[in-house]
Design a protein around this ligand. Sequence first.
Ligand SMILES: Cc1cc2nc3c(=O)[nH]c(=O)nc-3n(C[C@H](O)[C@H](O)[C@H](O)COP(=O)(O)OP(=O)(O)OC[C@H]3O[C@@H](n4cnc5c(N)ncnc54)[C@H](O)[C@@H]3O)c2cc1C
Length: 488
Amino acid sequence: MTALVWYRNDLRVHDHQALAAAVSSGLPVRALYLLCPGQWEAHQVAPLRRWYVLSSLRELGQALAALGIVLDVIDCGDFAGVPQALADYCRRHQVSQLFCTREYPLNELRRDRAVADVLGGLGIALQGFDDSVLVPPRALKTGQGTPYTVFTPYRRRWQHYLDEHPPAPPARPRKREAVAFRDDNSLRKALAALDVPASLQAHWQPGEAAARRRLQGFVREGLAGYKAQRDFPAQAGTSLLSVALSAGTLSVQRCYLMAREAMAREADTEEGALVWIGELAWRDFYRQIMANFPHLAWGAPFREETKWLQWQRDEQCFQAWCEGRTGYPLVDAAMRQLNQTGWMHNRLRMVTAMFLTKHLFIDWRWGEAYFMRQLLDGDFAANNGGWQWSASTGTDAAPYFRVFSPIRQSERFDPDGVFIKQYVPELHGLTGKALHQPWLAPMLAPDYPSPIVQHEGVRERVTAAFQQARDIGGSTGIVEAVKNRNCI
Ligand SMILES: Cc1cc2nc3c(=O)[nH]c(=O)nc-3n(C[C@H](O)[C@H](O)[C@H](O)COP(=O)(O)OP(=O)(O)OC[C@H]3O[C@@H](n4cnc5c(N)ncnc54)[C@H](O)[C@@H]3O)c2cc1C
């Protein structure tokens, strides 16, 4: 009899409940990862992210081999092929117990239900762990017994829950006799099939060891100043741990505990640590939203009435946004950062998402999909939550009349243009007001595009569009106020 750890987005050996439980079963342990390239295609997962996952998997295979555990990698096409592939594998290796970390998006839930049916028929016990979140998605309910849809009260209850149930991640299993690591064939082939420029890979280090080092470095050097620095894209003020958290090369419990320990150790870390822990709460918040409102996976807006908004289908403006050619320096620098590194600073994700959905009035789903095609840390719950927040269609969203000015954001968060000039070299000659509004000095930046839309009047047009969408409930269709926007 064998215990099997089925790895998904939890590619690590430390702080891993499923692995620890498999080892404590006393049975010989194997590990398995099922490649589903069809799923990656269907969801347009960025090649850079695939590279990160596959490279981390190779490192995981080595770490498991050192613990005496073989990791097998099998290509089973897509999720539809998973139950059969698992059943065959379990029969071949006499698996009697299967351990895994729970996943919450709709397709993953359906996949896991199908797996439970098939394995149940074979008499195999399946045990799941809520290890990718700090608080399980159905643990907290409002006074009315409904899921939380507003962040602030959720955050309060979330902290209360954690005070009562502090995370206690298990230690890495003790070393048994190591087995030889063999570089898996399916994995090698999948990596070889990827086309990811070395210039993109150079920004990132896959794997658990690098993620753990980054966390330690951030807690040591970045946590205390996080509150003051996190909004300025020219500064290295955030942890850059989102990819590690989304692929599970790092446990969110470890992040939380290390931040709390730093707070207890050094009083001047407290402010930064509390704000950073708040970001981990946002991460849990959007995961519980996704788990409790599965229809979001079909592209539905959270706010019912906003489904009647008549978004523009303007391919030209969309392309200019994707390529960082909107004529607004901060928006363009941000989009170029995304295209050149696979990551974008949080403030800029909000600025670019609002620009697309408010200034250009282009459907947030276009932007959501584009981010997924580019992002190293592409994560359905956080991405969908961030886009619906920015478009004012989501839970606890920015109110529709709140529109970030791309000029004001630029002046506040990149006053000297250090970040802008890193990605928009056409603006090197500009300073002061003209740097943030290059149309004031077109002679000094002749290669930089003119604005594709005017900022003036956006708020009024958006307000009218939301009002009409509410009034008409979709019955008459066209929203004139938005049709008349000044997209040049
Ligand atoms: C339009 C939009 C799209 C986004 N898409 C994604 C995405 O695909 N994947 C993703 O991980 N995050 C996404 N975010 C959230 C956030 O921008 C990133 O998590 C953050 O920029 C990652 O950088 P960091 O690791 O340095 O974060 P830090 O500031 O160091 O924060 C620590 C961790 O908290 C989590 N976190 C921080 N902010 C948020 C947030 N607003 N929502 C949920 N979790 C958060 C992340 O796991 C992050 O690594 C999106 C935000 C917006 C507005």
